[in-house]
Structure formats: structure tokens, C-alpha cells
Design a protein. Structure first.
Length: 344
């Protein structure tokens, strides 16, 4: 382990990406203060992080929408950098309950920014999403690709949050921001001690796949095979969550080492390789030596046919590259599901 670096406040620290990022930050020599209100996560996730690292973590149960509680966190802990994960993320739910999304995702975010300004904490890393590109005209998408109007309140919160960060970094001398645009995060830590914990029926593809393999779901529905893509199913850029976590470390290094060239920077975080839904299924079956029951059904409203990242900027500027082999990722996802369900 390298020498002690800055302390990072990780909001949504018990979440899927928050736990993996915390592990990567500690392994890189950072200290971490984790906060979470467990609205979409479990205390066992913090225990998983502690088991992997073999140490106790600094954790506080805190709702980032509660500015009084959040202020206490700022008062009790010194940190130079915040990684803000805490947010709702279900696209469909956001259509049904837009206020819940605007309220939670934007109020919590503005509370964080407000307190950072007040307490003079300079660096914020925001979890954005490839959803901001919508149905892009040219693929792969670069950071310069124009954003398309958001098609869901969830997507809109990501666009608005990016704009707020741009404006704050321009206006406040001591504020620096990085937005990481994630493509499709998948997989789990190789230890199988942390991973994704979806509540209820999963919206995302891989958790549905692993739950179907575990027998929790009868059959996977493939949403459409009549897209203008090589096998007719949608193309996405599936990025291993451990690689994604390392991109956060690279971004925090850049901020804390004073290497930012602009006060607000954006990076695509993907593999740069498109993969279809059917490819993912077939590779999951092969990598784990099992058969998945699936059927082709109609398209899911709101899905874009294809999106994948141009990662040249992240590769060059952050010095980061996705490294995990997709088969290993798919094996890790299944190992995590088996761990959750006590399957041998
Ligand atoms: C991937 C592909 C589906 C489920 C969303 C958000 C994005 C990001 C990740 C946050 C699509 C197909 C899926 C299923 C299927 N945000 N599919 N059967 O839609 O690319 O991105 O999640 O958390 O902002 O928009 O990801 O995993 O839902 O779908 O055929 O049961 O799998 O149609 O082509 P998506 P996804």
C-alpha cells in the first residue's frame, strides 16, 4: 500500500459503485469517510468492504438531503474531495415519480455543493451517465458529442447536475469538478463479498441474468431483436465495476495532485467496445457453464439502439483503461449472485 493520501467523502458509500470505489481508494492509499442512508443499500455492504480490506471503515448513516445532518459530517471530518454517488437510478420509476427523483437527486447534490463551498472543500467528482448522450448520431460517443434532450427525469437529473457543476466551478474560485459518464457498469468484486444488490425485480440486464440463472426469475426477456445492429439486439458498453472504481481513483489523483487543466472536466468511462444483449447472454452461459432460459419480446420504450464510448480522453488524460476481461466479469457477477443466494 502506498503512503497516506487525502481523505475522500463518499456519499452513497454503501451502494454498488460506492463500495467498489471505496475499496479501490483505500487500496490506493486514500482514507475514506463513507456515508449512506441505506435507502437503496444494506449495512452488509459496508461489512463486505471491511472484510475485503481487513479493517474497520469510517461510516456514518446520513441522508444527504438533510443538510443539518450533512453539515455534521462536514464538521466532524476533514476531507479535500467528495465523490457523490448518492442518488436514485431507476429510469422507469423516475417517469412515474419525477418529483421523487428531482427532489432526492438534486437537493442532496446541492447540499453537498453548498457545504463544500462553505467549508472550503475543493474537489467534487460527480457520477454522471452515458444516458446524457441519448440516441447519438455518431458512434462511439466522445465527450464532445452533443447531449440529447433527456428522455427520463432520471436522465434529466444527470444533465442538470452536470450543468450545475460546470456553473459552480466557473463561479467559485476554490471549486474543481469532474463528471464521470459511466456506460453500463456490471460485475462484482472478485472476492464475491460486494456486488450489486437490486431491490425487487432488477431493471438492468446483468442482475436479471444472474437472478434467472439462480432460479429467482423464470425467464429473461430480451427487449427487441429488430434493431439495426449486427444481431438485432441493442449494443451497450459493459464496463466492469472494478475497472470503473479505478477510474474514480485516477480522477481523484488528478484532482488532489493539482493536475486538472480546466476547473470542470468530463470523462467517458467505458471499455470502448460495443456488446449486444445476445452476446452478453451467450458469454455468460459459456463463462459459467450453464444455460439461461430466455425469450425475445418487444422493444422496451426509451431504449436507444446503440451506445458505446470513445475512451481516448480517459485513457490519455486520466491514464486509465478498462482492463478486466468480460468473461472474468461475468464469472464474478455469477459468483456474487451465488454468494447472495447461498448457492454452491
Ligand atoms: C441494457 C440492455 C435492454 C433488461 C440504464 C440506464 C443508464 C445506467 C445503466 C443507471 C438494453 C436490455 C435489459 C432485461 C433486456 N444507469 N435488457 N432485458 O438501459 O443501457 O442503461 O442502466 O443505473 O443510465 O439508462 O441498461 O441494463 O437496463 O439494459 O433485454 O431484462 O439490455 O433493452 O438493450 P441501459 P440496462
Amino acid at each position: 500500500m502506498s503512503k497516506k493520501k487525502d481523505t475522500v467523502l463518499v456519499s452513497g458509500g454503501a451502494g454498488y459503485i460506492g463500495t467498489h470505489t471505496t475499496v479501490a481508494l483505500i487500496e490506493a492509499g486514500y482514507d475514506v469517510v463513507m456515508i449512506d442512508n441505506f435507502s437503496n443499500s444494506e449495512p452488509s455492504a459496508v461489512e463486505g468492504v471491511e472484510k475485503i480490506l481487513g479493517r474497520k471503515m469510517t461510516f456514518e448513516e446520513c441522508d444527504t438531503c438533510d443538510i443539518k445532518a450533512l453539515r455534521g459530517v462536514f464538521e466532524r471530518h476533514e476531507f479535500s474531495t467528495v465523490i457523490h454517488f448518492a442518488a436514485y437510478k431507476a429510469v422507469g420509476e423516475s417517469m412515474a415519480e419525477p418529483l421523487k427523483y428531482y427532489q432526492n437527486n438534486l437537493v442532496s447534490y446541492m447540499n453537498i455543493l453548498q457545504l463544500m463551498k462553505e467549508f472550503g472543500r475543493p474537489n467534487i467528482l460527480f457520477s454522471s451517465s452515458a444516458t446524457v448522450y441519448g440516441d447519438a448520431d455518431v458512434l462511439p460517443v466522445t465527450e464532445q458529442t452533443p447531449r440529447k434532450p433527456a428522455t427520463s427525469p432520471y436522465g434529466n437529473t444527470k444533465q442538470i447536475a452536470e450543468d450545475i457543476l460546470r456553473d459552480c466551478c466557473a463561479a467559485y474560485e476554490g471549486m474543481y469538478g469532474i463528471a464521470l459518464r459511466y456506460f453500463n457498469p456490471v460485475g462484482a468484486h472478485p472476492s464475491a463479498l460486494i456486488g450489486e444488490l437490486p431491490r425487487g425485480v432488477p431493471n438492468n440486464l446483468l442482475p436479471f441474468v444472474t437472478q434467472t440463472a439462480a432460479g429467482l426469475r423464470e425467464c429473461l426477456s430480451v427487449f427487441g431483436n429488430d434493431y439495426d445492429t449486427p444481431d438485432g439486439t441493442c449494443l451497450r458498453d459493459y464496463i466492469d465495476v472494478v475497472d470503473l472504481a479505478k477510474a474514480h481513483v485516477a480522477a481523484v489523483d488528478r484532482m488532489t495532485e493539482g493536475k486538472m487543466e480546466q476547473k470542470y472536466e468530463i470523462f467517458n468511462v467505458g471499455t470502448g467496445r460495443p456488446g449486444s444483449v445476445l452476446e452478453l447472454l451467450t458469454r455468460f452461459e459459456k463463462a459459467n457453464d450453464l444455460k439461461l432460459p430466455y425469450k425475445i419480446v418487444g422493444r422496451r420504450p426509451g431504449d436507444v439502439p446503440a451506445v458505446w464510448a470513445d475512451t481516448a480522453v480517459a485513457n490519455k488524460v486520466l491514464g486509465w483503461k478498462a482492463e478486466r476481461d468480460l468473461d472474468d466479469t461475468l464469472r464474478a457477477a455469477w459468483a456474487w449472485e451465488k454468494h447472495l443466494r447461498n448457492i454452491k
